[in-house]
Design a protein around this ligand. Structure first.
Ligand code: R5P
Length: 293
């Protein structure tokens, strides 16, 4: 019950002081609604960058090396990630809900790697379940240039339309089917197409002339790691990507299949958030690796 009498009188109105200028560090979203900005802020730090830890591979690849026991592997790594990218099934069963990390919820249902053409995905998680799961963003697989391109765009539009309604951003994932080329021209087309269809964040692969792709894309781009490569090379790729305009990484296998995943994620953190050179981060990785053993 509000008190009617005996309150201290309000007097500190800051007359003559202009309201502070409000800035928002995530590319392309300065005018987004408050709820949308709030969720983007869960994903991106104040430097406008993010480290997403991807462990959603099982939804198309089944049990994958390094990801066999998500309940054992992921929780110790979470402290070094900004955002967890996973399916609802993995989150509900393997990740305790009382954490403070952003969640990129894998929302489309896509066909498995056993299919020659994987491009015919469909809406999996509906918007109500994404809200129930308190998703920070909804991840949508998109196959540009494939047979199932229109299905992808229909799925993407479903999530963008609903995301706009409820203030939940969409992460458009540029998928490369078995036959898709991995060229600057292709990634440039696919990233821009997804952004113009309304995706709020884009995930793609690193490639030559990457700075052209990030420059032409009006929203933040994060890079996927792809197949496991030596740790030093993965750190170099992350460094080149952020130096050339990426807003961070969304890596799975290059962390989870590293000799020491925890040390690897810490080293990636140095590159993405501290602008450390890859040599420096690799040196730290080698040291941390010994500590963990
Ligand atoms: C692939 O469909 C999944 O979305 C993965 O999350 C994504 O490829 C990133 O994982 P990785 O770094 O292992 O490629």
């Amino acid at each position: 019950m509000a008190d009617k009498d005996g309150n201290i009188l309000a007097k500190d109105y800051g007359i003559g002081i202009k309201p502070p200028l409000q800035t928002f560090p995530v590319k392309g979203h300065q005018s987004a609604g408050w709820g949308m900005q709030r969720r983007l802020s869960e994903i991106f730090s104040d430097d406008g960058r993010t480290i997403m830890l991807a462990f959603d591979h099982g939804y198309i690849m089944g049990s994958t090396a390094g990801l066999e026991r998500l309940d054992l592997v992921i929780p110790p790594l979470m402290q070094y990630a900004d955002c967890l990218m996973a399916t609802r099934g993995a989150l509900r069963t393997c990740i305790p809900a009382n954490h403070r990390k952003a969640v990129a919820l894998r929302c489309t249902a896509d066909t498995s790697v056993l299919k020659d053409d994987m491009s015919f995905g469909t809406v999996g998680v509906d918007i109500e379940d994404a809200i129930r799961m308190n998703a920070s963003c909804m991840a949508v697989q998109c196959f540009v240039g494939s047979e199932g391109e229109i299905d992808s765009l229909r799925n993407l539009s479903y999530y963008v339309n609903n995301g706009e309604k409820y203030g939940i951003p969409v992460l458009g994932v540029v998928a490369v089917g078995k036959e898709m080329e991995r060229t600057t021209r292709y990634f440039s087309l696919a990233t821009r197409l997804l952004a113009e269809t309304g995706a709020h964040i884009i995930k793609t692969y690193y490639c030559e002339n990457f700075e052209q792709i990030t420059a032409a894309c009006p929203v933040p781009i994060v890079i996927a790691g792809g197949k496991k490569i030596p740790e030093k090379e993965a750190l170099e790729m992350a460094y080149r990507a952020v130096s050339e305009g990426a807003a961070g990484v969304d890596m799975g296998r290059n962390v989870l299949q590293a000799e020491c995943p925890k040390a690897m994620l810490r080293a990636i953190r140095m590159v993405v958030h501290e602008n450390a050179k890859p040599e420096e981060a690799f040196k730290a990785y080698e040291l941390w690796k010994k500590d963990v053993k």
